[in-house]
Design a protein around this ligand. Structure first.
Ligand code: ADP
Length: 480
């Protein structure tokens, strides 16, 4: 199949491809060219009600399949993804903008999550607990939570669904998912893949359209027993409040404000390499991208100089072009936000040492930017940048670095570079984050728990912990 075969302009409900009841559609554009590449249905509440009902019916039998059957289906899903890796990656780049190499990596990661959960499906062990009663036995068994609703963002339109659909399918849950409106095709492609793998109708349902109508029904409907969301903290808070009315299980992967600390004993070349990968992947549009660089005073100038020089080597352009490392930003709003962060920093004494403006290519392309002399007064010290700006702050002592790093309501990922082992442990334990990269700038993998503390979220995705989020523990007391 080629990429356009995966470009489904319909929703996937109860095993059938359908338009919105109203016939209304939404345009999808290529951020590299501004061209409309197709449409998707503008579905709302009624379609969501039907999808949830279909998932509920499918749950009856799917929840009773054996772990072995589910593992085999997941392996078929993994094969379907890998057989079509290139086509899925091209589709991703066309609707999202990231360089093809990154899209290949993301689709590969999706497959890796699916394979991981195929393996974990058989390990949803319970316990036999020593009983306080001679005539009774005590068991704890794990069962699928039920119908799961998933809402995902545009920055990783394939792999964010893999982390949710994968464990749902592994545990015997059925799902209703809503991909982001900017990048719906990589989400809808999961319907094609589910068909190829041989999943029964209703096990996976995919809807595009009004976020508030679909999200509203997902959270209000009592049949849905879990909401899993990846996106911004403000929308996560809305969903949490809405989910409270029917007391659903929740997993929230929300915003970040990742610090990246470079200590005076760090290997500076490795730190710059890590910084580049952490900052500019997906043109800075990931929730684990380094948002604030803190360099210790002694090495501050050297780090800034090396980072600026390295940033200048990045190649901006269409993600389909060979050698491009920086695709376009997702939309005009993202460009305007990036420009306003830079204007704010310059007004407060910041110094642009690389990039600093829209790229000569025009459209939604922006130069990779480094800003020296960053201070806590600047907006990007508190807000998530989600664009290609690397502000570098100065610090003197370890305590100061940790205090500054923790001075945020977020707590998703953080990074630091040092060659001192005791410093590595002390700082790791003091940082209030869900994920820590020590001498490593890109740390996400399906085998490790991804997730945040504080306002960055609830729950973990991937790893053995990611399976439990889809399982309820049932206590069984067995009288003999
Ligand atoms: P981002 O800033 O990354 O676009 P959002 O949190 O706005 O993050 O969007 C992430 C996902 O949440 C998208 O699929 C979007 O359509 C969806 N979304 C936005 N608003 C709502 C809402 N009120 N209810 C449910 N989903 C929403």
């Amino acid at each position: 199949m080629n990429w356009s075969d995966f470009k489904r302009e319909a929703n996937f409900i109860d095993g059938e491809w359908q338009g919105a009841d109203s016939g209304a559609t939404i345009d999808v554009t290529n951020p590299a060219t501004g061209e409309v590449i197709g449409t998707v249905p503008n579905a709302g509440r009624a379609e969501t009600v039907r999808a949830i009902a279909a998932a509920d019916r499918a749950f009856e039998s799917f929840s009773r399949t054996t772990a072995d059957e589910r593992a085999k289906l997941l392996r078929r899903l993994h094969a379907a993804i890998m057989d079509n890796q290139r086509a899925l990656a091209e589709l991703l780049t066309v609707e999202q903008g990231k360089p093809l190499a990154e899209s290949m990596g993301e689709v590969g990661a999706s497959a890796a999550y699916v394979l991981w959960f195929a393996e974990e499906a058989r390990r949803a062990y319970g316990d036999v607990i020593p009983s306080p009663w001679g005539e009774r036995r005590i068991l704890a068994i794990k069962q699928p939570v039920g119908v799961v609703a998933a809402i995902t963002p545009w920055n990783f339109p394939s792999s964010m669904l893999a982390r949710k659909i994968g464990p749902a399918l592994a545990t015997g849950c059925t799902s209703v998912v809503k991909p982001a409106t900017q990048t719906p095709y990589s989400g809808l492609a999961w319907g094609v893949l589910a068909e190829q793998a041989g999943y029964p109708a209703g096990v996976v349902n995919i809807l595009t359209g009004s976020a508030s109508a679909i999200g509203g029904e997902m959270t209000a409907n009592p049949i849905v027993r879990k909401i899993t969301f990846t996106g911004s903290t403000p929308i996560g808070k809305i969903l949490l409040k809405q989910a409270a009315d029917t007391v659903k299980r929740v997993s929230m992967e929300l915003g970040g404000n990742a610090p990246f600390i470079v200590f005076d004993d760090a290997d500076l070349d490795k730190a710059v390499e890590g910084a580049l990968a952490s900052k500019y992947r997906n043109s800075g549009q990931t929730c684990v991208c380094a948002n604030r660089f803190y360099a210790q005073a002694v090495i501050y100038d050297a780090f800034v100089e090396k980072l600026a020089a390295a940033s200048a080597t990045l190649k901006v352009g269409s993600g389909l072009e060979e050698g491009v490392t920086q695709g376009p930003l997702i939309d005009d709003k993202a460009i305007a936000k990036t420009e306003s962060f830079i204007a704010d920093a310059l007004a407060k004494g910041g110094r642009v040492v690389a990039g600093g403006k829209r790229h000569a290519l025009g459209g939604q392309f922006f130069e990779p930017t480094v800003i020296a002399d960053a201070t806590s007064e600047m907006n990007f010290s508190r807000e998530e940048i989600f664009g290609p700006i690397a502000p570098v702050f100065r610090f003197e002592t370890d305590d100061e670095a940790v205090r500054l790093a923790n001075d945020t309501e977020f707590g998703l990922a953080c990074y630091f570079y040092t060659s001192n082992l005791s410093r590595a442990f002390r700082v790791t334990e003091a940082l209030r984050y869900g994920q820590v990269g020590v001498n490593a700038g890109v740390i996400t993998t399906e085998v490790a728990p991804f997730g945040g503390v504080k306002e960055s979220g609830l729950g973990r995705e991937g790893s053995k912990y990611g399976l439990d989020e889809y399982l309820d523990v049932k206590y069984v007391c067995l009288g003999l």
